[in-house]
Design a protein around this ligand. Sequence first.
Ligand code: ZN
Length: 417
Amino acid sequence: MIRLRSSLSLGFQLPSLHLIFLGYLLLANLVASRREDERTYQKRDYHTLSNADIRKLVESDPPQWDSVTDGHLGKLLIPRASGSENNTLVQNYISSVFINLGWHEEKTPFRGSTPIGDIDFTNLIYTYDPDAARRIILAAHFDSKWFPDFPANQFIGATDSAAPVAMLLHLAEFLTPLLKNRKERIRTGHGLLRDEFDEEEIAGTTIQIVLFDGEEAFKDWTATDSIYGARHLAELWSETYLEPSHPLQLQKRRFAPEPTVLDTVDHLVLLDLLGNKHSMIYSYFRETDWLHTEMASVDGRLRRESLVEVEDGENEWFSTMRLRGGIGDDHLPFLHRGVSILHVISNPFPSVWHTLGDDATVLSLPALRRWDRILRIFTCEYLGLAPDPTSTTTTTFTHKSNPKKSIDELTITNTEL
Ligand SMILES: [Zn+2]
């Protein structure tokens, strides 16, 4: 990815103490009005889990590995530039994980013209329930950056983006039994209906994991030398019209444009440059400020409940400061076609970015586990998934269609002032 313009300047002088206090009061008001503002953009329900349920979910899946190279990451940490044999090996590995889990697989192979000649690319798309009307997409790119010469061509891109891909594989493994149990409850007519919570209705939104090929530029990042897979997929979906029997076709207004596959995407959450000790995540889009706040809230609750290990100096990973302008990455062709984006990317980039230093040594086990848990709980809350209700304690959701949160629940780390 590439840095684009940012609309904020971070330069400031140290203010006196009373100015800090005044600034805090002002900021508290700003945060309050920001929450009001966010609510107007929140177009769907969000189901906040109780701390007891979060604990149950986290403890149902204890850490299974002792080293960053255990598990899926060990299979992904190889040079895997688009069009290479290693890239195909990684594709096959990812495919085997999802096929084993029983997810629907779709591949979109295509040949693209690049500054070093024609290259074969393949996007990998996995859907838990391909018949669902709507979906949230979680995405990352699985290619690594191509370099022509040794030793630069040994680049493995641990944070860019092997670790985010591994997080999505872990997420799929974690969610599958919960999704299966819910499907079974609905199939047998036991879909839970409690506090106006209808599992059948909420299961109309499924999860899709998209792994892009060809994110990296072969030479210098330009509009035509970058995000090959994402550009191909966004265009393909914008031209793929829904079947007449699709629920969105039935809902559509007369004379509205024909709905395409893109219209079934509620949100695209793109992960990039994660897995090292430090992360700082900003919100870049007004439409999804609220979703960024929800993800920050998940992290905050996990920290307060001591369900994640917080390394020295790594207390807050989510800034309340809103950055506009964004960073060039796989979301752009979707953003330009009207898809709501949450871009979860470290800013500033890890210092090892696009160097041989971006290898296993830069990854942090506590950070990887923390990300895994944030993504698991966030996705459960988004999809209305809870621990198995047949277990002893009852499930409590707080519905967030009209969220009410006090200011002091928000951790204030920064300001637009
Ligand atoms: Zn990169």
